[in-house]
Ligand binder design. Structure first.
Ligand SMILES: Cc1cc2nc3c(=O)[nH]c(=O)nc-3n(C[C@H](O)[C@H](O)[C@H](O)COP(=O)(O)OP(=O)(O)OC[C@H]3O[C@@H](n4cnc5c(N)ncnc54)[C@H](O)[C@@H]3O)c2cc1C
Length: 514
């Protein structure tokens, strides 16, 4: 017999990450609306109690608050770790704090695919609302009063590889870009970052800290959701592994925000997913939705790695990333589909101190998938990216890798290099193509695994408001609903999704049966 937590909440939000924490905070602004925020990981109510790996944004937190997933980047390659945050704040609490927006065309593309609410002109107010841009808050496309503080490193704060990268980019003729979040911008400059000093401004810090005193918001940490409670074709709550055993948290509306890996996993464990896959695992089908777990998009990347001539220049206590080059592949009709980012430190800790130059493909045609291995909530899903299988992707990423290698010839960078560890030089286009086909890795930006789209779109799991096409009173709102990966690191877009759905829950509750 499962225990019952509290009463029947108006809204049960699953997952306190980049989107879920925002939705819980925004929805609970209405004092008459009861909201439960259910999170698998721990909660640290004050910054003073927060462990150092979550505070220290100079490097990602990979171990202490992680789901321990592994993934297969390329079909014929080896599996590797696939970090995802397991704590209030979710992956925003463990990440690199790059606060980059996609380009307007990303969101206009979502709108053109049958989701008109997500056009750039409609999402821009949400991007403005979420941020407090300390450098450009006075610009019409920025905000100056939101929960997430964003700033850019000054030149005198840059580590040696980051400063050398800007100088070398100038020598190579790349245009300067002081604000990478200017909707029309491209070129090289400082990264917008959601960190203040070393402190990572996660959604737990920016959104939950001021909201947690509300009597109508219950934050329920350490409660991994086993599956949704579904009555007929209506979601009525969630079943969790609570501190005292299995518990039920009931709600009039369930909003699933468990991220692009766990959201499809929870759906499939609940009988919502591809019918043949569920049948093979002995899971009774509630709704046959082939889009669940499919359409996995991400940013494939490969990095040049160099031993530093001066080991101190690549110290692991320095900020890992501070600058970016955002540009368009030759002949591409996808603006800003490439990124080059210097990494102050790279490679394993047992090798001599090294820095890196990462080449990243920002708009991808290839797709992967997330699948269950069993109905047991404790078993991890499989994550297969299928990078390196689409020639259009490989050609652009290979061109980007060659552009990254060109930095090694320019004195400010060349002066830092003790030895080039990867790739073997000189590098030809054929060599670069072989590398991206065999050695691409994830930028840790999975999305698209429960994508939105209109009724009649066979791959769509939810409509443009996040409402599930097949189960009533079930909303999905996190990186899973993105139809395609934006041409930017995904955290700000996930927070924007939380802002959009949180606002709709507050202002148009009737749409959600509230
Ligand atoms: C190491 C790393 C570095 C990154 N760096 C950057 C960066 O610098 N900039 C950037 O823009 N993006 C970055 N990203 C990506 C970005 O953080 C994510 O795209 C974004 O956080 C996704 O938001 P989300 O709400 O979809 O999922 P998440 O933020 O991952 O939230 C999901 C939440 O749901 C919880 N959850 C999952 N399953 C369950 C369950 N069964 N029961 C209860 N709770 C559950 C999780 O514990 C988590 O708290 C990085 C990601 C990682 C992992």
């Amino acid at each position: 017999m499962a225990g019952e937590v509290g009463t029947v909440f108006d809204i049960v939000v699953v997952g306190a990450g980049s989107s879920g924490a925002v939705i819980a905070a925004r929805a609970s602004e209405d004092p008459d609306r009861t909201v439960a925020l259910v999170e698998a990981g721990p909660d640290y109510p004050s910054l003073a109690d927060t462990p150092w790996d979550l505070v220290n944004s100079h490097d990602n937190s990979y171990v202490d608050h992680d789901w321990r997933f592994s993934y297969l980047p390329v079909a014929a390659g080896a599996a590797g770790p696939f970090p995802r945050g397991r704590v209030t704040g979710g992956s925003s609490a463990v990440n690199t704090t790059i606060a980059l927006r996609g380009v307007p065309e990303d969101y206009d593309g979502w709108a053109a695919a049958g989701n008109p609410e997500w056009a750039w002109d409609n999402v821009l107010p949400a991007f403005r609302r979420l941020e407090r841009d300390l450098d450009y808050g006075d610009r019409p496309y920025h905000g100056d009063a939101g929960p997430i503080s964003i700033r850019r490193y000054r030149v005198d704060e840059l580590t040696p590889p980051q400063e050398a990268f800007l100088l070398a980019a100038d020598e190579l003729g790349w245009p300067a870009c002081p604000d990478a979040n200017d909707p029309d911008a491209w070129g090289v400059g400082p990264h917008p970052m959601n960190k203040l000093g070393r402190v990572r401004v996660s959604t737990a810090v920016g959104y939950l800290a001021p909201a947690r005193i509300r009597p109508n918001l219950a934050i329920l940490p350490d409660r991994p959701v086993r599956r949704l409670l579904v009555d007929g074709r209506r979601a009525v709550g969630v079943e969790v592994d609570g501190p005292e055993g299995v518990e039920h948290v009931r709600g009039r509306l369930v909003v699933l925000c468990a991220g692009a890996v766990q959201t499809p996993a929870v759906l499939m464990r609940s009988g919502i997913g591809p019918g043949d896959h569920l049948a093979a695992l002995g899971i009774g089908t509630v709704a046959d939705l082939p889009g669940v777990g499919s359409n996995l998009c991400d940013h494939p990347a490969v990095a040049v790695v160099c031993e530093a001539r001066d080991p101190g220049a690549a110290g692991r206590d320095l900020p890992i990333i501070q600058t970016i080059l955002r540009y368009t592949a030759p002949g591409s009709d996808q603006r800003c589909d490439l990124q080059i980012e210097p990494l102050t430190f790279a490679g394993s800790r047992d090798r001599p101190p090294s820095f890196g130059i990462a080449a990243v493909l920002e708009q991808c045609h290839g797709r992967g998938e997330v699948r269950l291995t069993s109905a047991d909530p404790a078993s991890a899903p499989t994550i297969e990216q299928h990078f390196g299988e689409d020639a259009r992707d490989n050609e652009r990423l290979a061109a980007c890798l060659l552009d990254a290698v060109r930095f090694l010839d320019v004195p400010p960078i060349a002066d830092l290099v003790g030895a080039v560890r990867f790739p073997r030089l000189p590098l030809t286009m054929d060599g670069a193509l072989e590398i991206v086909a065999k050695r691409s890795g994830s930028g840790y930006h999975p999305c698209g695994t429960a994508r939105m789209g209109p009724a009649g779109d066979a791959g769509a799991v939810v409509d443009q408001y996040g409402c599930c096409h097949a189960v009533d009173q079930l909303v999905v709102a996190d990186a899973s609903v993105m139809p395609s990966v934006p041409r930017a690191n995904t955290n700000l877009t996930a927070i924007m999704i939380g802002e959009m759905v949180g606002e709709w829950l507050r202002t148009t509750p009737g749409r959600y049966g509230l």
